[in-house]
Design a protein around this ligand. Sequence first.
Ligand code: M6P
Ligand code: ZN
Length: 196
Amino acid sequence: MKPKQRAAEESPVSINWSTGLLLGSSVQERTKTLGQLRGIFYDADSWSQMDLDTTVYCVRWWQPVPENTEGGLFWGTTTIEPGLVGDEYFMTHGHCHQQRNRAEIYSTISGEGALLLADAEGHTSMEVMTAGSTHYLRGEIAHRVANVGKSPLVFVACWPSDAGHDYETIATKGFLARLIRCHGVPTLLRNDANGS
Ligand code: M6P
Ligand code: ZN
């Protein structure tokens, strides 16, 4: 007799709460390198002189139900390496949700970070991420995370399986400010201001 195939939502997944490591046969993994983040960092000259194979962040996530399932949830851990492109901290690509009324929650496991939030006009604000900090993200607000520390920044996220990622909107009217290291301190600087 053929063994019964387990549905993804039944396959065991575990998280190590010290490291954030998500384990399970159905856990997927995606790494983003500097090269895959072309156009995301402000200082294109510094970016082009770096090793574009450098890993900036890695997401391991569990999709217990197919993408776009109404009422389902996804769960993942993101690890952002420490680093700078020019004066700008390593960060995620950033997105808002295709379905604007689908929210998300982030919780920091370890490291020091900043959550950048941009409204529909691109006005950008920042929330400090540190072990235990927990953040509610509205789906219409663009969100990206920067690692402002010296060690990896690890956070978990939970989002609806039908939220979808909208990467286009931030490409055209995204974040009007960037997070730079200024005299060693993370500082939100408007894109139209002089960062030097
Ligand atoms: C979190 C979640 C994911 C997202 C990931 C990386 O884990 O918000 O949905 O994919 O961060 O962010 P991005 O998609 O902007 O690269
Ligand atoms: Zn999101």
